[in-house]
Every structure is written in structure tokens, then in C-alpha cells.
Design a protein around this ligand. Structure first.
Ligand SMILES: [Zn+2]
Length: 435
């Protein structure tokens, strides 16, 4: 028998990017709404009374009123092997990588360690209302195996890749161009399309890949054109300088990836903070996505990402938002968008709360081309859903007393909220938030 249930509460789902705070056509909001979930998918959505009418007799009901029900959050860039790297004290990116991150990632050659961290990884995602994430594993195939096995067990839609890196890191973290190619192929064969798993071709960044390995990544991209490609771009000035020194024939950092055929609509570029106009044009023309990781950018002092400026260019750059665990300092997409807001403030820009909630749901789904399945509460989508309480703490409860509008409530959630604001996280209709 297929499991059917009604999830009742205040529904919010975006139809497109909001143009302003007053743009109420960009979303649907039902004050007393319900989702009818059948076989893991949303079978009906809208006004409670109407949805109740089409629900089969005896359908059980979970009443989340007065809480908000949104599509589960999506995190477009993070590192599965860095859970024990978060909060490491370093001057900048390269010191942070060499001192803490690379030694920690070496441990993922052990499948027991990888499996243990995978359990914690998915627990934290679900605790924070995140139902889909795009992650880097370590260089070891064992880490990708653990990552995908746990995603499959929980029925989550996940994107991940075995990192390819063959220089400028400790011996225990290096593959070779051939090994990187072969093992990525093996991961694709074993895991891509199994459950809701998606494999990404994952050269870590140009500093840790030789030209030969970049060619191997290019060969994979040609062989598997439907796969995501993820890497890092223009995070900090010292990194940019060193990268360009390693690839003197390239016009700039972006051009390195372009030369190896790695810039396309399925390419996710972490950070992309310090782009020239030429590079932003190149991203725009390729349809590649710049993934903004605000807590990481502030934590490592990398720079201020011009989110709004890139979005409103004549040739706009596609953008997504992400935590970048463990350079990032929180698993929460609420905390992440709070920091994104502050970065735009420092740049003299406004990021309104409707835009923020659009970005962490439908916006990120569109960046992945997955909006037909995740990121909205539309009929036919998988029922990946988060339930939010804007008054989980005494301070938020007090502030809620004076809040009158939905955007105000969203802004409070974004500014003061964290995992305490997550009442429940549903994956394909099943309640999954760890107790
Ligand atoms: Zn990263």
C-alpha cells in the first residue's frame, strides 16, 4: 500500500526570482494550506479544505500550524570530509588547507571513518532543514562510497564527487591523472542514478590538478556530458596569483577551466569572488554557476562576493548559495543567508528576505536544473519539505510579537534562526529530522 499523508501548515513556495519585497506574484502563500503526499511526491497542494477534499478517506494528517512549510533547503557547495575541520584557526585559504584540511581529509582512506562521518553528515543536514546538497568527497573512492551509500539509505537527492587532485597536497591525498579518471568512472558506474544520487566530476581546483589531470577531467566531461562538474574559482588573491603562475598560457583563472572544456551549464564554481569583467562574461556565456559561500568567505577573509551586481549584469551570471562546510562556519542555510545579506550591505546592496528564501529553495534548484523535482511545493515534486518556526527562542518569540508581514517573519528567521527553528524535515514525505 502506498503511504499517503496530509501535511498542514502555512505553505510558501516560489514561482520565480522575486523582483522586490512587494513582488507577491513571485510566490504562492497559503495561510491555512496543506500538502497531500503520496508515494513520496506532492499529489496536491493549496488551501487546506480543498486539499482535504481530494485526499482519500482516512488519510492521516500532521498539523504543523502555525508553522511555515517550505521546500527543503538546498546547499550547492560543501565538503563532506571537513566536519572536523570547521572552526580551525587560520590566516587564509592556503594556510587553512595545508594546516588542517588536507591532514583531516587523509583519514577518509579508512572506510570505517568515512562511514561514521557520513552518518553525522546527513544528521546535520537534516537537523538544519537541508534536503539536498552538492558535496566534495575526499580523493579516496572510499569516501564517495560512504557518501552515496548513506544518501541512498535516507532516500535523499544528493550530488557528490570523488575529488581529483594530483599535486600540491600531502602524499596521502594524491591520485594520478589515470587513477582520478578510473576511480571517478567507477564511482559513476556504482552510484550515479542509484536512488537519487548524482555524481559530479570534481577536480578540486587548478592548483591541485596538473594539466594532465585537467585533460582527464575533460575526457570524463566529454564521456558523461550530463554530469555536474564542480570545482573552485577565484577565492582569494594569493590563490589566484599562484594558479595563474601554474597555467601561464591561460588568460586568467576562468580561462584555465574553459581551456579544458569544463565550463558549461552543469558547472558549479565555488566562490568566484574576484572575477574580471571578462571572466564574468565567460561564465555568463557558458551558463556556468557561481556558488556564493558567505560564511566561508568571511571566515577565511576571502572577500566580498558581488552577488547582486553579478545578477543584474547585462550578461547576468547564474548564482547559487552554499555553506562551504568546513571553510564555512554553519550548516544552516538560514545563517548562510544572514551572512550573505551582510556582505551585500557592505557592498552597498540590498538582499531582501524573499530573495534569500528563493535562493535557498527554488533558486538553488534552478542552478542545478532540478526545479521539476526539488525546490518548490508544486504538484509532482518530491515531498522534500522543511517546517519552520520563527519563534523557537525567547528572543525570537519576543520579536515575533511585533511582526506583521510574511517578509518580516522571513527576515527574522534568516537573521536570528538556526537549527532550533527547524521543526521537522521531510525527505520524500518521511519525517527525518534527528531527535
Ligand atoms: Zn569548497
Amino acid at each position: 500500500m502506498t503511504e499517503t499523508k496530509l501535511i498542514r501548515g502555512r505553505l510558501l513556495s516560489f514561482k520565480r526570482a522575486p523582483l522586490s519585497l512587494a513582488d507577491s506574484d513571485s510566490y504562492t502563500y497559503e495561510h491555512d494550506g496543506a500538502l497531500l503526499v503520496s508515494d513520496g511526491r506532492i499529489a496536491a497542494a493549496g488551501d487546506y479544505a480543498a486539499v482535504r477534499q481530494v485526499a482519500p478517506e482516512g488519510t492521516p494528517e500532521i498539523d504543523h500550524r502555525p508553522h511555515l512549510i517550505l521546500p527543503g533547503f538546498i546547499d550547492c557547495h560543501m565538503h563532506f570530509p571537513q566536519m572536523q575541520v570547521i572552526a580551525s584557526y587560520a590566516a587564509d585559504l592556503l594556510e587553512w588547507l595545508n594546516t588542517y584540511t588536507f591532514p583531516e581529509e587523509c583519514r577518509f582512506v579508512e572506510s570505517d571513518h568515512a562511514a561514521r562521518i557520513a552518518t553525522h553528515f546527513y544528521d546535520e543536514l537534516l537537523r538544519h532543514g537541508t534536503t539536498t546538497a552538492v558535496a566534495y568527497c575526499s580523493v579516496h573512492k572510499t569516501s564517495a562510497d560512504a557518501f552515496f551509500a548513506e544518501a541512498l539509505k535516507r532516500g535523499m537527492c544528493m550530488v557528490g564527487g570523488k575529488v581529483m587532485m594530483d599535486r600540491n597536497a600531502p602524499q596521502g591525498l594524491l591520485d594520478t591523472p589515470q587513477m582520478g579518471y578510473d576511480e571517478t568512472r567507477a564511482v559513476i558506474k556504482e552510484w550515479h542514478g542509484k536512488g537519487r544520487n548524482h555524481v559530479a566530476i570534481t577536480p578540486r581546483f587548478a592548483i591541485t590538478s596538473t594539466p594532465e589531470q585537467m585533460s582527464a577531467a575533460q575526457a570524463l566531461a566529454r564521456e558523461f556530458p550530463d554530469l555536474f562538474i564542480q570545482t573552485h574559482l577565484s577565492e582569494n588573491q594569493e590563490e589566484i596569483r599562484y594558479t595563474c603562475e601554474l597555467y601561464p598560457e591561460a588568460t586568467d583563472y576562468t580561462d584555465i577551466y574553459a581551456r579544458y572544456g569544463l565550463l558549461g551549464q552543469k558547472t558549479l564554481l565555488g566562490h568566484a569572488i574576484h572575477l574580471s569583467e571578462r571572466e564574468a562574461d565567460a561564465l555568463s556565456e557558458a551558463g556556468a554557476v557561481a556558488v556564493h559561500c558567505p560564511t566561508s568567505n568571511l571566515f577565511l577573509g576571502s572577500g566580498l562576493f558581488p552577488l547582486k551586481a553579478l545578477m543584474r549584469r547585462e550578461k547576468p551570471v547564474r548564482v547559487a548559495v552554499a555553506t562551504d562546510i568546513g571553510g564555512g562556519s554553519s550548516y544552516s542555510m538560514l545563517r548562510t543567508l544572514d551572512e550573505a545579506y551582510k556582505i551585500q550591505q557592505l557592498l552597498g546592496e540590498r538582499l531582501n528576505p524573499l530573495e534569500s528564501f528563493y535562493l535557498m529553495t527554488r533558486g538553488n534548484a534552478e542552478a542545478l536544473g532540478m526545479q521539476a523535482d526539488i525546490g518548490t511545493l508544486e504538484v509532482g515534486s518530491t515531498a522534500d519539505v522543511v517546517v519552520l518556526d520563527a519563534a523557537p527562542t525567547p528572543a525570537m518569540k519576543l520579536r515575533m510579537e511585533t511582526i506583521r508581514t510574511l517578509p518580516e517573519e522571513l527576515f527574522l528567521l534568516q537573521t536570528m534562526g538556526d537549527d532550533r527553528a527547524i521543526i521537522e524535515t521531510y525527505v520524500a514525505g518521511a519525517a527525518m529530522k534527528p531527535k
